[in-house]
Design a protein around this ligand. Structure first.
Ligand SMILES: Cc1ncc(COP(=O)(O)O)c(C=O)c1O
Length: 368
């Protein structure tokens, strides 16, 4: 065997592989999985039927242009389907955007506690990540603009952001776009947009419609409950859609995903149920946790960030271990620079009640 081995491109070995939210606990316990911001309501029953209906034709390639799905999204949002590109989760679209617009020596800016995939796709394309500090766990437009250089090619903004739950009002996003050079692509990752009920929020649609350099990415993994199928979409300026269509895999979205996606996006009543559930339980859960003396970051998404006392991360780790001993799985966020916090997805009514009770027990036992 030769001691010379293939060497990956620069940047790739600097990547720390993404660690997904855990899904299992010690045997015998029923897991309460609150670690990946999935919906507690499941997908629309229509999406499940549509998915099953494809079983009879698994021998056929899917429609490589996902045209039925793009048309359905276009109908729901009033977009030109030609400007929509679908992908294997919005992760794939973030990857394709980085692949298309970042190269060796380029820079991509994202914020201090921004979604981890931005770093991965930046390094994976040989570019340098530039981190803009946040203010109060919220993206800071001035800090982003101050880091723009001649090498900046992309700014990634999660709005709302995971794991902080914070969001930027539309005025601020518009100010960001105005302050960026025209050659810089602004990627607005609106994975949680459906959940946001704030008068000053806009998912990014208007900026995509009115500029040549802004893209909005969306997902079917969260409110639509199709995380297992891996389905996302991007609304783009026509020239950027054209670029993504040149480099994506010819059949990057599967037939079951297309069928389920159409049914999911058309079932507006189901989406509304998801919003209503979150509107009821997110404030309830936040208040229950705050009553225990723990700080909760205000969240515009379907999850909350719970802060534990001490600054050595031990409180969050002890809480995580205690909760897991009861089958409750939250998400550690030390990898996001938040070692003293855990992120909790809003679950079913029963899951939320059990989690509030378990947290209360944890706090009591650690005070004693
Ligand atoms: C901010 C953000 N963007 C994108 C994604 C990825 O979603 P998808 O399942 O569509 O790849 C997530 C999932 O956790 C997310 O939190």
């Amino acid at each position: 065997m030769s001691n010379r081995a293939p060497v990956p491109k620069p940047g790739i070995l600097d990547i720390q592989a993404y660690v997904p939210g855990e899904g299992s606990v010690a045997s015998g316990l029923r897991p309460i999985k609150l670690s990946s911001n999935e919906t507690p309501l499941g997908p629309s029953p229509n999406a499940i039927s549509a998915y099953q209906s494809v079983a009879a034709s698994l021998d056929r390639y899917p429609d490589g242009t996902a045209s039925e799905l793009r048309r359905a999204i276009g109908r729901v949002y009033g977009f030109d389907p030609e400007r929509i590109v679908c992908g294997c989760g919005s992760d794939e679209l973030l990857n394709l955007l980085a692949h298309a617009y970042l190269g060796q020596g380029d820079e991509a800016i994202f914020t201090q506690h921004g979604f981890l995939v931005y770093r991965i796709v930046t390094l994976g394309n040989g570019a340098n990540p530039v981190v803009a500090p946040e203010r109060n766990l919220t993206a800071d437009v001035d800090a982003i603009l101050a880091r723009v250089s001649a090498r900046t090619k992309i700014v990634f903004l999660a709005n709302p952001n995971n794991p902080t739950g914070s969001y930027l009002p539309f005025d601020e996003v518009r100010r960001l776009r105005r302050g960026l050079p025209d050659t810089v692509l602004l990627v607005i990752d609106a994975a949680y947009a459906e959940y946001v009920r704030r008068n000053d929020y806009e998912a990014g649609i208007e900026l995509v419609a009115t500029t040549d350099n802004t893209v909005m990415t969306r997902t079917f993994s969260k409110i639509h409950g199709l995380a297992a199928l891996r389905l996302g979409w991007a609304y783009c300026p026509a020239a950027i859609a054209d670029v993504l269509n040149r480099i994506r895999g010819p059949f990057n979205v599967t037939a079951p995903a297309i069928a389920a996606g159409v049914a999911a996006i058309e079932d507006k009543a189901h989406t509304e149920r998801g919003v209503a559930h979150n509107e009821q339980w997110l404030p309830w859960m936040s208040a229950e946790v705050e009553k225990l003396g723990l700080e909760v970051s205000p969240s515009a998404g379907n999850f909350i960030l719970i802060h534990f006392p001490g600054d050595d991360g031990k409180g969050a780790i002890a809480a995580d271990e205690f909760l897991k001993s009861k089958g409750i799985i939250m998400r550690r966020v030390a990898g996001y620079g938040l070692p003293n916090a855990l992120r909790m997805t809003i679950g079913t009514a029963e899951e939320n009640r059990l989690t509030a009770a378990a947290l209360a027990e944890f706090v009591r036992s650690h005070r004693a």
